[in-house]
Design a protein around this ligand. Structure first.
Ligand SMILES: Cc1ncc(COP(=O)(O)O)c(C=O)c1O
Length: 651
């Protein structure tokens, strides 16, 4: 009778009570005899010596979770110091900063049967049994070929052995990276003959580092880094030690470590990889330097289950069922993408409908949409002014305005932030021009303060300049019904630009202006003409968001009241800050301190990103809290108290 059950098979070998070798497999019953023989063989021939105990255990696997293997990358390093610097850079993205102190803990992991579990920030040990550590068990590669490849063979030479270790390490790292609360893992080979190691997180994947320790050094092991409440540590340990995991989509074992970069440059591989190691080296230096200054950026997957002040989805519309439904219906009708530029065959009914709706919402004759707000700024400014013209830009304007000014090749005059006298002076000093364009954020994205629109328009009028404001953070936030800064002050510039990606919960950028201006932009804006039109789903979602703001006109004032309550709670907790919008900046100054405060808050379950150079000036780092309409008063108070405590902690 056939037995279809899966068994978790484990081998552990030790000498004089000290761990030498171990392995894990999840296999069908009929594979157990051959596997047991292979694992025993492996235990008997380990570089760390002959075991005097070999434990083989097979038990029926419980409920199985399937996980996708972490992506694998290789980082060639020549010295342990370089390897550690690479590890530090890679882990900085997970907010793991005390890498030297963590690496020093490998002195304690030698001969530990499991891994050390450390609090990623305080470096406190969290395992109940420190001699044993935490063992990641009950896991294997899911695909039959990879499982077979991963198994030791009696005849397999050194190569087969390496493949075993690679596959096993990827399986383990994948399980560990997916364990609740684990933010990273560092592994250093405990084999004196190997100098390799890896660091892994869900975001960066499995990053092999070719030299991370000195040859002959027997110290090594694994350190798992945890971030979260103490009461949830037990859940993490349970997942690591008891949850049966099969890892899908196992990558192939990468080739042996590359030769040193300089040697490769002299003797490039046939066909070429297309990547210059010299370029990699130069860029890696720059990245290291950025990391040293607390300026390294890493794209992290958004953490779940936090009180988040990180999103600009001010009206909580991105996940509103009405937007989702509208987007799905549009995608069902027209597909996921629009297939071409608007001027070719890319214009769909959703684009036309949204443009009409934006124009009526903002009270202008017409509107134009782009795929992003960034493209709208770059494409509008560079279309409206050119060589010989003059463009005037507030010193704290958004990067997309700055880039639009640069791209236009007009003379750029940067006036002091919010200083209308300085603007007027510079307008006068610029002399006669074919065209003068003055551009300003309506709400300044990193400071949350407002443009004095009446004074701005007066300065533009006096100088005969075209006025343009960017309502990215004003639409859905300011004015009695959320129509923006224009509604707040009751006056309008020549051009109102905005984005669909913030309070409107979708994606895309727009300009609302006269029919002539809009037609001109459709003819001259290069980011409109030479780019595929935004997808119908995003357009329909934004259209639905506008309808919601129209049907529920009290939303903007409700949002502002939340922001005001957050500021009041912060002030009460001793944190000096203010806002006129939904953006609450909390000044810190030093970049590393801002990152440390943000990381400490994240540990406590509150997400408030640190904003650093070049988004703001050097030494003007801050935390930027974006308040959304969904925050409860309790969340606002809790975040304020935690933020105040984090700011007071020694760094
Ligand atoms: C003031 C301002 N303008 C434009 C943009 C760009 O908008 P998008 O994210 O849609 O490209 C942003 C935000 O990213 C912004 O803050």
């Amino acid at each position: 009778m056939s037995d279809d059950r899966l068994f978790a098979v484990k081998m552990r070998a030790a000498r004089a009570g000290e761990h030498i070798s171990g392995a894990e497999r999840v296999v069908p019953a009929h594979d157990i005899p051959a596997l047991a023989a292979a694992l025993a063989e492996r235990a008997l021939h380990h570089a760390k010596g002959n075991p005097d105990e070999i434990h083989l255990k097979a038990e029926v696997a419980g409920e199985i979770v399937h996980l996708e293997a972490l992506p694998v990358s290789t980082h060639v390093t020549q010295t342990p110091e370089e390897g550690r610097a690479v590890a530090a850079r890679l882990l900085a993205g997970a907010g793991i900063t005390r890498i030297d102190e963590i690496m020093a803990r490998f002195d304690e992991t030698y001969a530990m049967r499991g891994a050390m579990l450390l609090d990623a920030d305080t470096l406190e040990r969290l395992e109940p049994d420190r001699a044993r550590g935490v063992r990641a068990t009950y896991m294997d590669a899911a695909s039959p070929e990879k499982s077979r490849q991963a198994r030791p063979s009696r005849t397999g030479g050194e190569d087969a052995c390496k493949k075993n270790h690679f596959a096993e390490a990827v399986v383990l790292a994948t399980k560990v990276a997916n364990a609740p609360g684990i933010v990273g893992e560092i592994c250093v080979s405990d084999d004196p003959d190997y100098v390799t190691g890896y660091v892994a997180t869900k975001e960066i994947g499995y990053c092999r580092i070719t030299t991370i320790k000195r040859k002959g050094d027997p110290c090594g092991g694994r350190i798992f880094l945890y971030r979260g409440p103490r009461e949830k540590v037990a859940e993490t340990i349970r997942f690591l030690q008891e949850q049966c995991v099969l890892v899908d989509c196992m990558p192939d074992c990468p080739p042996a470590p590359l030769a040193p970069a300089v040697a490769q440059e002299r003797d490039p591989p046939a066909g070429g990889s297309g990547v210059s190691p010299l370029l990699d080296e130069a860029l890696a230096d720059e990245l290291r330097e950025a990391a040293d200054q607390g300026l390294l950026r890493v794209c992290r997957v958004r953490p779940e289950g936090m009180i988040s002040f990180a999103s600009n989805d001010y009206q909580n519309l991105a996940a509103d069922p009405r937007l989702k439904e509208a987007a799905c219906a549009a995608i069902q009708r027209h597909g996921a993408g629009s297939g071409a530029s608007r001027l070719v065959t890319g214009t769909l009914p959703e684009h036309a409908r949204l443009e009409r709706h934006l124009a009526s919402f903002k009270g202008t004759e017409d509107a134009v949409v782009w795929a992003t707000g960034y493209m709208a700024n770059v494409g509008t400014i560079s279309a409206l002014v050119g060589k010989g013209d003059a463009v005037f830009s507030d010193a704290l304007n958004h990067a997309s305005i700055i880039d639009g000014c640069r791209l236009s090749r007009a003379d750029v005059f940067v006036y002091r932030h919010g200083d209308m006298d300085d603007l007027a002076r510079q307008l006068d000093a610029s002399g006669p021009r074919r065209r003068k364009l003055v551009v300003s954020d309506a709400v300044f994205s990193m400071d949350g303060d407002l443009l004095d629109l009446p004074a701005f328009l007066a300065a533009c009028r006096r100088a005969g300049a075209v006025s343009m404001i960017d309502e990215a953070h004003a639409t859905g936030v300011l004015g009695a019904t959320g129509r923006g800064l224009t509604e707040h002050f009751g006056c309008k510039p020549d051009i109102i630009l905005g984005t669909l990606s913030k309070a409107l919960g979708s994606e895309g950028g727009f300009v609302c202006a006269s029919r002539i201006v809009c037609d001109y932009l459709r003819n001259r804006s290069r980011s409109f003409i030479f780019s595929t039109a935004p997808g119908p789903g995003a357009m329909a979602a934004a259209d639905a968001a506008l309808s919601i703001l129209e049907a529920e006109p009290g939303r903007a004032s409700a949002l502002r009241a939340k922001a005001a309550r957050f500021v009041a709670a912060l002030n009460e907790a001793g944190v000096a800050c203010a806002t006129q919008s939904a953006i609450v900046p909390i000044p810190v100054g030093d970049e590393r301190t801002a990152c440390a405060v943000s990381a400490a808050l994240e540990c406590a379950g509150v997400l408030i990103p640190a904003i650093r150079y070049p988004t703001v000036a050097r030494g003007a780092a801050r935390l930027r809290a974006a308040v959304d309409i969904g925050k409860s008063d309790a969340d606002l108070r809790r975040a304020a108290v935690l933020l105040s405590a984090a700011l007071r902690m020694p760094t």
